[in-house]
Design a protein around this ligand. Sequence first.
Ligand code: ADP
Length: 418
Amino acid sequence: MTRFSRWALACVVVAAAVLAALGWISLRQWERSAEVVVREQARDMAAMAAEKIEMLLRGAPEDAVARLRAAAGEAGPAALEAAIAARPIREVLEKTLGGLEAPTIAALLDPQNRTVYAREPLGEAQRLASARLREGLPGWQVALYQPPGFSPHQTVRRQVMLFTFALGVLLVVILAGSVTTYRLMRRESEVARLKADFVANVSHDLKTPLSVIRMFGETLEMGRVTDQATRDEYYRIITRESERLSRLIDNVLDFSRIEGGRRTYERARAPVEPLVRESLEPFAYPLAQGGFKVEADIAADLPDVMMDTAAVGQALSNLIDNAIKYSGARKAVRVSASMVGGELALAVADEGIGIPPAEHARIFEKFYRVGRSDTQGRRGSGVGLALVRHVAEAHGGRVTVESRPGEGSRFTIFLPVR
Ligand code: ADP
């Protein structure tokens, strides 16, 4: 993780925090001022409605207006109702008070504060503002009401909640984005580190067999080794080390082909037994040398399998190589081939150092090596298992691992028999 990316991340987090704080403060202020604004608006609206009524009444027949005025003076609600229901008056009120924006309810009050007209029943509605009429109906008022649940306070509350929610969603998105970016960056920098290790490991792996070959080659060349048995031993060492070199180079080349998307497999129907035996053969000497107990358990009558024998052989070799490399005090390698649930199962088991369960998924990643002192002491490039997995999956199969630290590991390649 570079200093720069840490800074960038810190900036995003600080910006999000500032945004959240500012958003919250302005919401609180808005909540406080909004109620005042709503009331002011209602007052203006009532005044406008009052003016409009006055204006329209001027154009209405004088006797209808006079009847209405008179009805308010009398106590009888029936007379009042009749006066309101008169067509010109009704039209004026519907035009002015009926069209106001919901949920506000506009009403006309007579001088005794009785509601003589309302667009809809007032019920529990709360009065917001009122304006007096001067001409035409002096002493009368236009009043604006809010039904319950729509008081300015509640309306503002609802909006504040909506904004708070939106702000919350925004913050969550920003945070999720930052976390994802952070993880991506961390991964990237880890891959970069693993790549650097890979180069160092491969170079080291190439150098060691080369210097062994050179040393034994030079010794033989000098003709100082007189007895045949020792000479044979030296030849075997040279062969074994060259095989090891070839394997390593094959791995690296194949790995780069896979990375470049250029790895192809040529599959043909082939028998399993020779494949397993040939894969084990190059290890016969190191296995014997290391005092390994070796077992090859190949089921009889295995069907021929559609596969790229070279690739599957290479995968098996990688597993056997690991079984030897990561062995502990107990030295045993068991290779088996059998049919399991209609699939060919090629398994390589050891009684070596094992792998902690938390690492089981990661060991198949490219460049990944279990970071323990006992693993780090062993040579390796970290691409062996990545190749094994690629080969298995390219054949429509998979690879599994069962392992316990200190007890050993078993890797199994499952291949469909088609
Ligand atoms: P390497 O070149 O490091 O062996 P691999 O991809 O073959 O790379 O293996 C990845 C890691 O998995 C190894 O570094 C090792 O930690 C672990 N591992 C693989 N095989 C075994 C095994 N048989 N026993 C214990 N650990 C293993």
